[in-house]
Design a binder for this molecule. Structure first.
Ligand code: AMP
Ligand code: ZN
Length: 460
C-alpha cells in the first residue's frame, strides 16, 4: 500500500509504527459555523482512507480534534453575547449530524481543545525549557529560527524569513512566516475566555492544540496526519516544530493532504462567500449519497470542481448501483461463472486503492462490473446463487465506499407496470395519457425521473 507523503513529495510504501495498527490524526472543524461541503470533502477523504486501512485489516485509531476555541469562535460568541461553550455546542452538534448524513464513520476520539488546555500548557512549558520560545507582554512565541528544520513540510526556508517578525493571529499567509503565538496573554477581545496557569493568564494559540492532543492519544511519533492543503502552512508546519521541539523525535511519518473543492476556479470558503453547507444542498432535494459520491469521486490530490451538473451525474451513478441491487434481488436466471468477473474486479479495485487511493480507477472497475452484470441479467444469466455472490461482493466494496443502500425496497409490481405503460404512451406521443399515469405513480408515493438511461423510479 502506497501513499503520497507531503513531507517527501513521494509515493511511499506504508509501514506503520506498530504492526497491524494505524494511529491517524485529522485536523477537525473549527466549530464557529456550519461546515461547508469543501470541509466535507476533507472529511470524506479521511473516511475513505480509514475505511481502506480497515479493509486491509489494520486496526485504526483515528483522532479528530474539535477546535472550540480560537480567534473565530471567541469573536462569534462575544458577538452573540453567549458563552463560548454555548456558542460552539450548536455547531459541534450540527457537525456530527452532518457526518452521519454523509455516512462518514466516527473516529475513535474527538478531543475538544477546551478540555485539553492543561496538556497544551505542559507542552508550551517543555518548549520554554528547551529554549524555543520568548515572551512579549505575557504572550509566548515560538522562535522559528531556533528550530533547524522549520518549514520542511511546506518547503520554505527560514533564512528567507524576516528575523524577529511575529504574528499573534491564528491564521496567516506564507509570506508572513514568522514567530507565532503558542500562548496568548489575555486581552479585552477575549472577554471572559481565559485560563489562569503557570505560564500566565491567557489562552492557547490554535496550532498548539493539535500537537498536544495528537501526542496525548497517539504517542510522540505516529503514522498518519491528514488535512486540507491549506493546512500545510502554517498550521502543520507549526505543529511539527511544536512537537519535535519538545520531544526531539519525529512527529509524523506520513502527511496526507487533500486538495480543495473549488467553485469556478476558487477555493470554496467562508471568507469568499462562495460556499454551500451540506444543509443548503439537501434542501435543494439532492440525496446524501449523491453528495458523498460527488465528494469522493475525484482523486483526493486533485482539485474537485463542484457544480450542480456534476452532482446530477453523481445521482445517476448512485441510481445505477441501486438499480442493480434491486434487479439482483429478483434475479432467477441460469447459472454463469460470475466468480471470475468478481475476482477480476476486486483485483483492479484493490490495486487502484493501494496506489494512493486511486478512486477514479477503482470506481471505473466497479462500473465496468455493473455494466457486465446488467448485461448478464438482461440475458437471464444470473441465478439466485450468482446474485448472492454479486451482492456479497458489492457489500465488501461498499464497506470502503459507503454509498450503497442495500435495504432499498423493490418497486411494487403495480408501480412498475404503471411506469411501463407511461413509457409506452410517451413513445406513442400520447402525452396526456403519460401525464395521467405519472400522477397515478405519484399517488403511490413514487416519482419517475427521466434520465439518459431511460426512466427511473424513486421512492418519494
Ligand atoms: P476549518 O474548519 O476551516 O479549519 O477547515 C476544516 C478542514 O476543511 C481543513 O482540513 C481544511 O483544510 C478543509 N477545507 C477547508 N476548505 C476546503 C475546501 N474548499 N476544499 C477542501 N477542504 C477544505
Ligand atoms: Zn490541526
Amino acid at each position: 500500500m502506497k501513499f503520497y507523503n507531503t513531507l517527501t513529495r513521494k509515493k511511499e510504501l506504508f509501514k506503520p509504527v506498530k504492526k497491524g495498527q494505524v494511529g491517524m490524526y485529522t485536523c477537525g472543524p473549527t466549530v464557529y459555523d456550519f461546515a461547508h461541503i469543501g470541509n466535507f470533502r476533507s472529511y470524506v477523504f479521511d473516511d475513505l482512507l480509514r475505511r481502506w486501512l480497515k479493509y486491509r485489516n489494520f486496526k485504526v485509531n483515528q483522532v479528530m480534534n474539535i477546535t472550540d476555541i480560537d480567534d473565530k469562535t471567541i469573536k462569534g460568541s462575544i458577538k452573540e453575547g453567549i458563552s463560548l461553550k454555548e456558542y460552539t455546542k450548536k455547531y459541534e452538534k450540527a457537525f456530527f449530524e452532518d457526518l452521519d448524513t454523509l455516512n462518514i464513520e466516527r473516529a475513535e476520539v474527538y478531543p475538544e481543545a477546551t478540555k485539553h488546555v492543561k496538556g497544551m500548557v505542559e507542552l508550551v512549558q517543555k518548549l520554554v525549557d528547551n529554549g524555543h520560545t520568548y515572551e512579549s507582554k505575557g504572550t509566548i512565541y515560538f522562535r522559528i529560527s531556533s528550530f533547524k528544520d522549520y518549514g520542511k513540510l511546506a518547503r520554505i526556508k527560514v533564512e528567507d524569513l524576516k528575523a524577529g517578525a511575529r504574528v499573534c493571529q491564528d491564521e496567516y499567509e506564507k509570506e508572513n512566516a514568522s514567530d507565532f503565538a503558542l500562548w496568548k496573554a489575555w486581552d479585552e477581545n477575549d472577554g471572559d475566555v481565559f485560563w489562569e496557569t503557570n505560564i500566565g493568564k491567557g489562552r492557547p494559540g490554535w496550532h498548539i492544540e493539535c500537537s498536544a492532543m495528537s501526542m496525548k492519544y497517539l504517542g510522540e511519533t505516529f503514522d498518519i496526519h491528514t488535512g486540507g492543503v491549506d493546512l500545510i502552512f502554517p498550521h502543520h508546519t507549526n505543529e511539527i516544530c511544536q512537537a519535535e521541539g519538545a520531544t526531539g523525535k519525529k512527529f509524523v511519518n506520513y502527511w496526507l493532504h487533500n486538495e480543495h473543492l473549488i467553485v469556478e476556479g476558487k477555493k470554496m470558503s467562508k471568507s469568499l462567500g462562495n460556499f454551500y453547507t451540506l444543509r443548503d444542498i439537501l434542501e435543494k432535494g439532492y440525496k446524501p449519497m449523491a453528495i458523498r459520491y460527488e465528494l469522493l469521486v475525484t482523486h483526493y490530490r486533485q482539485k474537485l470542481n463542484f457544480s450542480f451538473k456534476s452532482l446530477k451525474a453523481a445521482e445517476n451513478s448512485i441510481g445505477r448501483l441501486q438499480d442493480l441491487i434491486i434487479k439482483l434481488k429478483s434475479a432467477n436466471g441460469k447459472t454463469t461463472a460470475v466468480k471470475k468477473l468478481i475476482e477480476n474486479t476486486q483485483n483492479k479495485f484493490e490495486d487502484a486503492m493501494d496506489d494512493d487511493l486511486n478512486i477514479s480507477i477503482a470506481l471505473a472497475s466497479l462500473f465496468d462490473f455493473v455494466r457486465d452484470t446488467n448485461k448478464l441479467l438482461l440475458e437471464g444469466k444470473i441465478s439466485k446463487k450468482n446474485a448472492k455472490d454479486v451482492l456479497d461482493f458489492l457489500k465488501k466494496i461498499d464497506s470502503v465506499l459507503g454509498i450503497i443502500d442495500f435495504e432499498e425496497q423493490d418497486v411494487p409490481k403495480e408501480v412498475q407496470e404503471l411506469a411501463e405503460k407511461r413509457e409506452q404512451a410517451r413513445k406513442n406521443k400520447n402525452f396526456a395519457e403519460a401525464d395521467k399515469l405519472r400522477d397515478e405513480i405519484t399517488k403511490k408515493d413514487y416519482i419517475i425521473e427521466d434520465t439518459n438511461q431511460g426512466p427511473r423510479l424513486k421512492k418519494k
